[in-house]
Every structure is written in C-alpha cells, then in structure tokens.
Design a protein around this ligand. Sequence first.
Ligand SMILES: C[S@@+](CC[C@H](N)C(=O)[O-])C[C@H]1O[C@@H](n2cnc3c(N)ncnc32)[C@H](O)[C@@H]1O
Length: 187
Amino acid sequence: MGFHTFDPERAPALEDASRYRWCSREELLFLLDPRGEHAVADLGSGTGFYADDVAPHVDTLYAIDIQDEMHEFYREKGVPETVETVHAGTDDLPLATDSLDAAFSVDTYHEFASDESLAELARVLKPGGRLVTVDWSATGDQDAGPPLTERFSLGDAVSQLQDAGFSIRRAIDRRETFVCVANAPDR
Ligand SMILES: C[S@@+](CC[C@H](N)C(=O)[O-])C[C@H]1O[C@@H](n2cnc3c(N)ncnc32)[C@H](O)[C@@H]1O
C-alpha cells in the first residue's frame, strides 16, 4: 500500500468546495470522458465529493473505500441513484474481471498505490479502459495536502503504472498536483 490512510474524523474537510482549486469538476469530467452507459469506479471515494460530480454522467459508479466510516458519511449526505458504495480495498475488489469502463482517483493514489492494487485495477478494467489519477505531487509547493514525504512524483506514478502494464496517455506535472491518464493493458 501507499502512505497513511486519511483520518475519517477529518471527513468534513473533503466537502470543502475550495478543493476545486486543485482539481475541478470540469477537469475531472474532461479527463474521464464518462458516458451514459459506463460503469466506473471512484477509488478511495471518501465522502463522495467527486463521485457526486461523475455520478450523473454514468450508468453505475462504484464508490470504493476501505473505511466504512467514509461510506457512512456519504450515506448521511445522500448517495445518488447511480452510485453503489463498496467497502473494499483497491487490492481486493469485489468486481468481476473486465467490469469497468473507467476508474478514477483524486488525492488518493498515494494512499493505495501498490503492485497488488495496480494488478487488481488492470483486472477489473476492460482492456483499454481509462484510469485517471489526480494526486498531490512529491515535487509540489506544499501549499496544501499531505507532507511531500507521503506523496509520489509523476515519474513514480508513470513507472508504477507502466510496470503494471498500463499505457500512459497523458502525464502532466503541475505546481502542487499531477495528472496521469492511462489505459488498462490488453489481456
Ligand atoms: C484523502 S481521501 C480522498 C477522498 C476522495 N477521493 C476525495 O477526493 O474527496 C482518501 C480516501 O481513500 C480511502 N482509501 C485509502 N486507501 C484505500 C484503499 N487501499 N482502498 C480503498 N480506499 C482507500 C480512504 O479511506 C479515504 O476515504
């Protein structure tokens, strides 16, 4: 696994709309390009802040989180009709092989990245399925987000994804965050 898991007591902070400074709804939808017939997963969905932005544009959104306290917060807030909460770790997903058209994570890759999780994502995504990663960068300014020592660089993420068989479509380093869009391997 990656670095330490987000403290559920801080869940309300994830609902702060100022987070769109780092990754906006528009940007996420542009990167993911969701379609009405798609099944997608939000990896480490937390309170559903970004899941809510994607949910209206897909058939099914699996909101996956390893901490049930986060799902409880999301359920109290109100889960959209197209969202199914899934209590699981990214290294052992209760989803069928080739069941996802796409998956995304925001501010979470540094918590779940491992060989096991990336192999599991390669399994559940359809061949060529899109994986969008937006996360805090190890070369960031540290104006916000976790300590630099708990982050990956864009280069780390690209190497890890390539080692897991993914093809990199976009790899963009910014001041505080990086964006990586990859396609799942063929089988
Ligand atoms: C920093 S929060 C971000 C939540 C959400 N992506 C957002 O941007 O609002 C990270 C979330 O990932 C979850 N998480 C961490 N490691 C995970 C793993 N291996 N599998 C599934 N969820 C994980 C945590 O429980 C937490 O809810």
